[in-house]
Every structure is written in C-alpha cells, then in structure tokens.
Design a protein around this ligand. Structure first.
Ligand code: SF4
Length: 179
C-alpha cells in the first residue's frame, strides 16, 4: 500500500508544535510506515509538492507566510491547523496591541538585547509584516482544527489515525488542550 503524503510548514510560530510530534515517542515508527513526509522544516525541498495532508503550524504575520499558507491550500487535499498559533493566532497576536511600525521598532531597536546603533529597520529584504498577526483561516480554508500549545501527543496520533482511515476528524472537546 502506498504511503500517504504529508506536507508540514512552520509559519509564525515557535518550534513547539513541530517538536510535539516527537512526543508520540515510539509510536512514530508505526506512523512513519504509513506516511511519507514530502515537505517540512527538515526536508530539503524548495517547492511544496502535492500532498494528501497539509499540516500548518503557526499563524500569519507577514506576506511570505500568507504565500506559504495559500500554496499549502493549493497543494494539499486536507489542511490541518496545528496548535493555537495556527488556530487562534496565538502568542503572535500580542503585537496587535500596537501598530506595525511600533512592533518593528520594538523588535529591531528598543529591546535591551538588540545592538543596532544606526537604528536600521530592515524592510526591503524581509517579508513585509501584515498590519496584524492573524490565524491561518483568515486567508485559507481549514479542514481540521487542532488547538493546543502545543497539542498533546495522543491528540496528534488520533488525528493522524483518523486521516489515514480517510476521515476528516473533528477533535472532541475532551482532547483539546488550552494550556
Ligand atoms: S501553539 Fe504554542 S507550541 Fe505551537 S507554535 Fe504556537 S507558541 Fe509554539
């Protein structure tokens, strides 16, 4: 039986949601007998290929992330929003209390750990920030929502088992994690 192709992308996020895959522990071996990871932060692929399942962790904070989210939607049959940043916007939305220019000044000039005596704020060489950080479904349709910061291992495994059975899972409330 051919393996189910899975693409994963890491947008505006920490590494936690992707790292949480490893919490599946030894059960990941059985899972990898059934799925093939065709695109991920640790797969050296330049373009997102066609895949059955696309997993998006992280929210949208800049134009590149919007482009990647749209590309995932084009290329993948089922899109999973993975973790609070993708589902709700998450911690990235803390910057929404100020405007875009203030957020850039804070990040590139004001933070105590920053050394930037010329006060240079990059703009042309980095993707332009969106006016606000937002959840992924502000730009693309999502089929499966998996909240959690990060989602726990049993939920991750259950979601994949459902997808491998050809079902589009709706995570029951008792499996959701809001910490
Ligand atoms: S939901 Fe939590 S663990 Fe996942 S990317 Fe966001 S901050 Fe990190």
């Amino acid at each position: 039986m051919s393996k189910v192709k899975v693409a994963t992308v890491w947008l505006e996020a920490c590494a936690g949601c992707h790292m949480s895959f490893l919490d599946i522990d030894e059960r990941i071996v059985e899972l990898l007998e059934k799925v093939e990871i065709v695109y991920s932060p640790i797969v050296d692929a330049k373009e997102i290929p066609k895949a059955t399942v696309g997993v998006i962790s992280g929210g949208l904070g800049n134009e590149e992330e919007v482009h990647l989210a749209r590309k995932m939607r084009e290329q993948c049959d089922v899109i999973v929003a993975w973790g609070d940043c993708a589902v709700f916007g998450g911690i990235n939305c803390m910057r929404n209390f100020s405007d875009r220019e203030s957020a850039l000044r804070e990040g590139y000039i004001n933070t105590p750990s920053t050394v930037n005596p010329e006060g240079i704020i990059p703009h042309e060489d980095i993707p332009r920030l969106l006016p606000q950080a937002v959840p992924v479904d502000y730009e693309v349709d999502i089929d499966v929502y998996v909240p959690g910061c990060p989602p726990d291992a049993d939920t991750i495994l259950w979601v994949f088992q459902e997808l491998l059975e050809g079902r589009v899972p709706k995570v029951p409330s008792e499996m959701m994690r809001y910490d």
